[in-house]
Design a protein around this ligand. Structure first.
Ligand code: NI
Length: 455
């Protein structure tokens, strides 16, 4: 997850609405998928057999966090584990990524499971025996490094799921592709990386991936719960830059020039009417934020130019495009109305698509999530205006992404330290459900495809 933190739990009314939507999704899914899934009888024992080691791996990774595109030790641990399981392994994917392939004993589709591996330039403040004391150089500064978004748990859970699935490979009707991804938090300045680069390097081909599943631990949601939603779960993120060109003059004689500061003030206000007046807010939320604005040097000089940068968040690709057009139109038209000009650049270097869950895939897999989490523990989440680069996989093939509870029961959500902060904390017992969810999603999807093919 990108720097934005998860939102707090929805309030009572939203929670009730979400419960109704969950029930509706389950009801829609139930008739077609009522037959029991092809789960081996000893599946729980197989999962339980990796639980203790998942915790050990997670603690080891937590103590040795690595920044984006520098996940060298992490990748080596992953590759060593996968090779020991007899899994085909490719390393050095998108710099430090690791891709594992479990070829099942029977033909069938290809399921991809994704875990991101990188840590953050945050100095850990949590009092744990395995707290990170690692430092590194980031953007020219010495910084503490911490798994302050929980990606250590993602790696450990996928290593555990890989072990369970490898143990069942002879019975698998299809293939499992394990995507251990670098640089979810963004590659260092001047480098490429993350899911976008993995896709560009062809990880979804050869063999062709049919569906992709991924999860994110959530420090403010109860252990044992799963949160997801159909369609846009997390937002697109596009930075924009607007440069307003005026004509410099004396501050006492504005009529002799063109004032880019007043034009910019109107543009900032105009931009705020895009979401409030032009988007259909009952469909989806959206955000336009101007985060920085610079122009001028002293009180009595009207400057030549003003530069502002900001971000656009949307939960639907169509709305995203309409907002981009509106930003361009608003800035250029307001500038023109004052005799100034505005240059609009969208997007800048980094840009993330909407993380959208395929509605049919979610409906299909909802009973599986319920079976893994237990009745009443799968919830429809509110959409989140933070972004996730899982979106680059899920825009190529149908994807399902969900949040996994990582908050100790009994701690109030408001007291849970946000992601990306020095006090970020995850209850490790939440990983048990993560392993089971990944394993069951894979087994059920493959079994359902095999049954479908046999019809
Ligand atoms: Ni994250």
């Amino acid at each position: 997850m990108r720097p934005e933190t998860l939102p707090r739990l929805p309030h009572a009314a939203a929670a009730r609405a979400a419960a109704l939507l969950t029930a509706a999704l389950l009801a829609a899914a139930a008739p077609a998928l009522a037959q029991p899934a092809a789960q081996p009888a000893d599946l729980e024992a197989r999962c339980a057999a990796v639980d203790a080691r998942v915790v050990e791996w997670r603690r080891d990774l937590h103590q040795h966090p690595e920044l984006s595109n520098r996940e060298v030790r992490t990748a080596a641990k992953v590759a060593e584990h996968l090779r020991a399981l007899g899994i085909e392994v490719e390393t050095g994917v998108a710099h430090t990524g690791v891709v594992g392939l479990i070829r099942g004993g029977r033909p069938g589709p290809v399921v991809a499971l994704r875990a991101d591996m990188d840590a953050l330039p945050v100095t850990e403040r949590v009092d744990l025996p395995f707290a990170s004391k690692v430092t590194a150089t980031y953007a020219g500064q010495t910084v503490g490094v911490m798994h302050a978004c929980g990606h250590d748990t993602h790696v450990a859970m996928l290593m555990g799921a890989a072990e369970v699935l490898a143990g069942l490979r002879d019975e698998l009707p299809g293939t499992v592709k394990l995507l251990f991804q670098p640089a979810e938090e963004g590659a260092p300045e001047g480098e490429e990386g993350g899911a976008e680069l993995m896709v560009a390097e062809g990880v979804l081909r050869d063999p062709e991936v049919d569906v992709v599943f991924g999860l994110h631990i959530a420090a403010d949601r109860d252990v044992g719960t799963i949160w997801t939603r159909p369609g846009g779960l997390m937002a697109s993120a596009d930075d924009f830059r607007i440069v307003v060109h005026g004509k410099q003059t004396h501050g006492s004689r504005p009529w002799s020039g063109i004032d880019p500061i007043v034009a910019s003030a109107l543009i900032v206000n105009g931009l705020q009417t895009i979401v409030s007046r032009q988007m259909e807010l009952t469909e989806n939320a959206a955000v336009v934020t101007v985060g920085s604005i610079h122009g001028g040097v002293r009180s009595n000089i009207i400057p030549e130019r003003v530069e502002m940068v900001g971000t656009v968040r949307a939960l639907d690709e169509g709305m995203r495009e309409r907002i981009h057009q509106a930003v361009r139109r608003t800035a250029t038209s307001i500038a023109e109305s004052m005799g100034a000009t505005a240059e609009v650049t969208i997007p800048l270097t980094t840009s993330y698509p909407v993380t959208a869950n395929d509605p049919d895939l979610l409906t299909q897999m909802m009973p599986t999530l319920e079976a893994a989490a237990g009745t009443g523990n799968v919830h429809i989440a509110n959409a989140i205006t933070g972004a996730e680069d899982f979106s680059f996989f899920a825009r190529e093939v149908p994807g399902l992404f969900f949040f996994l509870g990582g908050k100790p029961l009994g701690v109030a959500a408001a007291d849970a330290a946000p992601h990306h902060t020095p006090d970020f904390f995850v209850d490790e017992s939440g990983m048990r459900l993560g392993v089971r969810a990944l394993v069951r999603l894979t087994l059920d999807y493959l079994a359902q495809a095999e049954r479908q093919a046999a019809r």
